[in-house]
Design a protein around this ligand. Sequence first.
Ligand code: G3P
Length: 234
Amino acid sequence: MTSRKGACALSRIALPAVIVNFKAYTEVDGPSAISMAEACAAVAEETGVSIAVCPPIAELGSVARSVDVPVLSQHVEPRKPGSATGWVTPSMVKASGAVGSLVNHSEHRMILSDIREAVSMCRKSGLVSVVCTDSAPSSGAAAFFRPDFVAVEPPELIGGDISVTTASPEIVSDTVDIVRSVDKDVKVLCGAGVKTGEDVRTAIELGASGVLLASGVVKHKDPRAALLDLVSGI
Ligand code: G3P
């Protein structure tokens, strides 16, 4: 396999990785997004575990300027700079100091051609792309676009208390197999209901390179304690 242009971008997120998506929870509105990112950065520093954060887009630049951990946008569109009012372009994500973006999150679906183009534009901009999918077959399809990561998250488990690694471990292992058969350079993450170190350990045993999670940290009464438990699985 020849090396790809985005490989240097991927090297900015060490593996295995814990990616914390802040979503649009009120707990991370305004400056609270920085406090949450600082808690993640402190745990990363203390434990040596790779933790990346996805703050709300309105706080992307302020978070990226405040912490040393990799920062990703929650969304990006395949738009060029210029006449694109209200759209999130790869160019502005890059300029904010973020190192990459989620693409096609279950809560912000995109059409196939836009996913492909967003991944391609991220690669050209040196941004890491994390394409979210809902099943093993759709993960295989996404792998053809050569993102850095595919993150499989069954929508019905998102925000719940049962981890994908417990409810549907075969979705994770099947995704790993399918994605590997398409492009072995594409890394697999899993998410939905991931809340404990045991969930993270199982994800890695199933072949994932890490997890993408939200409520287990952002909605926890003690995000730092939640993170310390999560990273104990690595
Ligand atoms: O992007 C991560 C996400 O959709 C999973 O959410 O709350 O189940 O960890 P949660």
